[in-house]
Ligand binder design. Structure first.
Ligand code: CUA
Length: 350
């Protein structure tokens, strides 16, 4: 089956233009953090590209209009100063009328062109490309994390993960979205615009990554105390790498390889962990919190809030409220040796 071919990487000139636009916007927009990779000014797929093009058109037009109006104002002030009085002759009135009518016509033309550009962008954005078989992922919003379900017609080939959504480069991805609690909004600006996740209601959007990379996303609808820490990563892999990742995620959790991991598994099963989390291949099957079957394969924890390493993982297990106040995960009370064994077990779940 033919897949839509990824677009060739942007030319050096167009990349230069984008970098310049990003730098300029960062200089002009308050609160813009230059180090973040998360930006709509570096589009890496058709959806983000159409939004970027519309934004560029509006920005250039608005700047040109501003400059023209300021120049006309300065000219008028200078001329009035030179002449000393307003020209009230019939010829002067006629000239002024022609200028006002001309400027009104130009304004109307700009508004109509802007309207058409916005409509065309919206239409292109909404229509899912027909070519190829799109990958379907269900995204479910929770306070304050993201559940991702990859469904396959063969049930045993479906899988669930959290907060890090892998997609294959060059393939259309259709996201079917809903929420279990309040309204959230899925926004990964390098790839696409925002879409709300609404409790009891399904919304759909599509996106495609034309270049491999890790794209940070963020909940874009205020959803409570930890809205700001409801982030996620979209990881666009080359198709072969995506297939390997998928097969790895399909497998049940690795059984404990040594006595420490084995003790850690017992700690998991005998403490609060088991009440909320699933580890496929074990007795832990609760769906309240993220699926941890392959938690060690993820780059981040707590919805892309902290790095996934032993130190942060330990801190998160013992005192999640200290890291993310208000999170649904309760603090845990266990001995130091139990914690170390639990961390060894969780870190073995690759
Ligand atoms: Cu979820 Cu803001």
């Amino acid at each position: 089956m033919s897949q839509p071919r990824p677009r060739p990487a942007a030319s050096r000139a167009s990349r230069g233009r984008r970098a310049a636009a990003a730098a300029l916007a960062c200089a002009l927009l308050p609160g813009c953090v230059g180090t973040s990779r998360q930006t709509g000014l570096n589009p890496n797929g058709p959806q983000a590209e159409s939004i970027f093009n519309l934004w560029t058109f509006y920005w250039v037009t608005a700047t040109a209009v501003f400059v023209a109006v300021m120049a006309a104002l300065a000219l008028a002030l200078l001329r009035a100063r030179r002449r000393g009085a307003v020209d009230t002759s019939e010829a002067g009135e006629g000239r002024a009328r022609r200028w006002v009518l001309g400027a009104t016509g130009v304004t109307l033309a700009i508004l109509v062109v802007s309207l058409v550009a916005s409509y065309l962008t919206g239409r292109a954005y909404a229509i899912t490309p027909e070519a190829g078989r799109p990958l379907q992922i269900s995204v479910i919003g929770h306070q304050w994390w993201w559940e991702a379900q990859y469904s396959d017609s063969v049930h045993s080939r479906s899988l669930t993960t959290a907060n890090e959504i892998h997609i294959p480069v060059g393939r259309t991805v259709v996201l079917k979205m809903t929420s279990t609690d309040v309204i959230h909004s899925f926004w990964v600006p390098n790839l696409a615009g925002k879409k709300d996740l609404i409790p009891g209601y399904g919304t759909t959007m599509w996106l495609r990554a034309d270049r491999a990379g890790v794209y940070r996303g963020q909940c874009a609808e205020f959803c409570g105390m930890q809205h700001a820490n409801m982030s996620f990563l979209v990881i666009a892999d080359p198709p072969g790498e995506f297939a390997r990742w998928y097969e790895g995620q399909l497998a049940d959790a690795m059984p404990p390889a040594d006595t420490s991991a084995s003790t850690g598994k017992n700690v998991f099963m005998n403490h609060g962990c088991v009440l909320c989390h699933t580890i496929r291949g074990t007795d832990a099957g609760s769906r309240v919190g993220p699926d941890l079957t392959h938690v060690a394969s993820r780059r981040t924890l707590a919805a892309a809030t902290i790095p996934n390493n032993r130190g942060w993982l330990g801190g998160w297990v013992m005192d999640p409220q200290g890291i993310k106040p208000g999170t649904r995960m309760p603090p845990n009370d266990m001995r130091a040796d139990e914690l170390q064994a639990l961390l060894t077990y969780l870190q073995s779940l690759r």
